[in-house]
Design a protein around this ligand. Structure first.
Ligand code: CA
Length: 216
């Protein structure tokens, strides 16, 4: 899963990047509203963390312009615990908000819920054959037994599971699994797929030749 964090406070931006990457997300960063709108409009992010008070273009205006072209889920960070700010945010098209200072675990939980809701899933658990994916605990079980996946393997499975039955192109997987600074060799995706098949079964992920991958 790939996130965009738009936050002008250097320390907070850096600590968000660190915490979210540590959770296995690919994370792109923007330090002002102009850069944020540009990146948000040009990549297919799974979610955007958007600070409201930003230089060049504030969070409200960024959100208004973004919503003309994209429905990427947006979690607003608001410094003021004012009800009217939250109402304004939700009315402008934000999907959720957090008031600063916030707890990182809560931010992560809200992002997981946002990504899940966007894929049309209300519950935490996705069951595919004998495999059960708990998206809140990030736990995968096969035949009831926990299976250890790396963060990237987990997100590969989660992304395909959220799009079950659809072919997901290699390009889309690269866009959602790796951030813009990640200069990974292209064959690494195949390595992740191969590892997941070893752990969850050879038929768990189907290769659609020339198109991409799919969980049937
Ligand atoms: Ca700010």
């Amino acid at each position: 899963m790939r996130l965009l964090v738009i936050e002008d406070e250097d320390d907070l931006r850096a600590s968000l990047a660190l915490a979210l990457r540590d959770s296995g997300y690919a994370v792109d960063l923007a330090a002002d509203g102009g850069e944020g709108l540009y990146k948000a409009g040009n990549s297919d992010y799974d979610a955007i963390v958007l600070d409201v008070m930003l230089p060049r273009l504030d969070g409200w205006e960024l959100l208004r312009q973004l919503r003309l072209t994209r429905q990427t889920p947006v979690l607003l960070l608001t410094a003021r615990d004012a009800p009217k700010d939250r109402v304004r945010g939700l009315d402008t098209g934000a999907d959720d908000y957090l008031v600063k200072p916030f707890n990182l675990d809560e931010l992560r939980a809200r992002l997981r819920a946002l990504i899940r809701r966007t894929a049309g899933r209300a519950g935490n658990v996705i069951v595919i054959g004998t495999v059960a994916l708990d998206t809140a605990a990030r736990m995968v079980r096969r035949d009831g037994r926990p299976v250890a996946l790396t963060a990237r393997e987990y997100f590969l499975v989660e992304y395909l599971a959220l799009h079950q039955g659809q072919v997901v192109t290699r390009t889309a997987l690269y866009e959602h699994l790796f951030d813009e600074d990640d200069n990974t060799f292209s064959n690494l995706l195949d390595v992740h797929v191969s590892n997941v098949r070893k752990k969850l079964g050879a038929e768990f992920i189907v290769t659609d030749r020339g198109h991409g991958y799919r969980i049937p």
